[in-house]
Design a protein around this ligand. Structure first.
Ligand code: PA5
Length: 445
């Protein structure tokens, strides 16, 4: 389904040195398979695609149908791993403009609980005032402040606008089986709920109901998405040879680049629909690898848009970067550049060409320029923006992340650093239980 080309990193690092990772990669794969590595209580994602049952998908689809039938808008409340996967897939597969059209075939999907912007939440609640809306409340811990705060507002508004009975039908919870406030609320109110498995961390949860339910509500085929992931589960399995396994090669190459001073990986796309795939990827790699004072910094750009902003830095700035380009082989639609008799804009040299041909030449020209400028370049090619390809891509990045984190020597499945800001915020807001921290923090101000 997807292919990886690392040719354009040679010259900066050698093929021999990448292939020298073979034994380490094998060890990492075995640690993942046997559950003997760091963070081994969070490996439920590893064989998740092939273990998803038809019954589970049917349950998700039936719930999605209820929301589709009863809502003009569905708000996905969640943050980090509890929203980025769904948004990545939905935006990659959606028509860029249908949400603006009068007649819609699926509810508009909006997002909340991923920031604490008062204006954002005010404007969202204003927008929802005359809408039949529902909410998917997603939080594994069930206690995340950003999400809980947004959900409190949305729940009240939904009940006020639609009545308690309808609200019960159009609010769905996705959370832990037993723990957390989101579970307590769901059980008390009688919401339909789905469980996030204990052994699947947030950023690896896109193929659990966390991602699958919103994606199904948006009208996309979750069976095909999962099927795409299953293909990659096989293609990146531990019995596939190092040379044939794209996840192994990607993990080894990025670690070798890092060892050679390339501290920043820039994920590049030439299709604006992939913006949130990059956001999802940033979280996956940032939270998994950035610890113990090490880790590649994951950055992302949308080209050609950002060639007119970050392009200068990439071409001539500090040489600590490399690029990984996601290239989409085929577009969904065809559009040709028209001929213009007067040719006032001088574009007749493009007349008759597909817009995508121009885009592909921008892609090739950029790769050559950046490699000339000292930026190693990897290329991931996916056939098209469809459910199968995206499912494959997501699983590819997950398995490569697990291997890469082990190569780096960290626990890719925890995120202890995320707690620091929360502790200070709770102390500053005088949250019960944080009395000591409140006193200590006041003394620092
Ligand atoms: O990957 C992770 O574990 C995090 O990014 C979480 O997904 C994020 O913090 C949200 O947590 P929760 O689902 O508990 O609200």
């Amino acid at each position: 389904m997807i292919s990886l080309n690392i040719e354009k990193t040679f010259g900066f690092i050698s093929k021999e040195n990448v292939f020298a990772y073979e034994a380490q990669v094998k060890a990492a794969q075995e640690a993942l398979e046997n559950g003997t590595g760091k963070g081994n209580d969070f490996l439920g994602w590893l064989h998740l695609p092939s273990s998803i049952t038809q019954e589970h998908l049917a349950d998700l689809k039936a719930t999605a149908q209820t929301l589709r039938e009863n809502c003009e808008v569905v708000v996905v409340a969640g943050i980090g791993g509890s929203y980025l996967g769904a948004r990545a897939v939905i935006e990659a597969l959606s028509n860029s403009f249908t949400w603006l059209q009068e007649k819609k075939t699926a509810p508009v999907i909006l997002y909340a609980g991923h920031n604490i912007g008062e204006d954002y939440l005010y404007e969202l609640t204003e927008y929802l005032k005359d809408k039949k809306f529902g909410v998917i409340n997603i939080s594994k811990s069930g206690t995340t402040t950003e999400t809980a705060l947004a959900f409190r507002l949305l729940k009240k508004q939904c009940e006020n606008q639609r009545g308690k009975e309808v609200a019960k039908k159009v609010i769905v919870a996705i959370t832990d089986a037993k723990k957390g406030a989101a579970r307590v609320t769901a059980d008390n109110e009688g919401y339909k709920s789905f469980i996030i498995p204990d052994n699947v961390g947030g950023r690896f949860s896109v193929l659990t109901p966390v991602g699958l339910l919103p994606i199904a509500v948006a009208g996309f085929d979750i069976e095909k998405l999962v099927a795409g992931a299953v293909v990659m589960e096989k293609a990146c399995g531990k019995d596939v040879s190092f040379a044939e396994n794209p996840a192994a090669i990607y993990a080894a190459t990025r670690n070798e680049l890092y060892k050679n001073g390339k501290k920043i990986e820039i994920l590049v796309n030439f299709n604006p629909k992939l913006h949130y795939v990059s956001e999802w990827w940033k979280q996956l790699y940032g939270e998994s690898e950035g610890k113990e004072n090490k880790g590649i910094f994951p950055a992302a750009v949308d080209f050609s848009t950002d060639l007119h902003s970050m392009g200068q830095w990439i071409q001539e700035g500090e040489r600590t970067i490399y690029e990984t380009v996601i290239s989409v082989e085929n577009t969904q639609h065809k559009l040709q550049v028209p001929v213009d008799e007067a040719n006032l804009d001088g574009l007749n040299f493009l007349a008759g060409k597909r817009v995508d041909e121009v885009n592909k030449m921008a892609e090739l020209g950029t790769q050559l320029a950046h490699v000339d400028g000292g930026v190693p370049n990897m290329r991931i090619v996916i056939p098209a923006l469809n459910e199968e390809s995206i499912g494959s891509l997501l699983y590819f990045f997950e398995i490569a992340c697990g291997i890469s984190g082990y190569l780096l020597g960290v626990n890719p499945f925890n995120q202890p650093g995320v707690e620091a800001y929360k502790k200070n915020m709770f102390a500053l807001l005088n949250k019960p239980g944080y009395e000591e921290e409140s006193k200590a923090i006041q003394a620092r101000l």
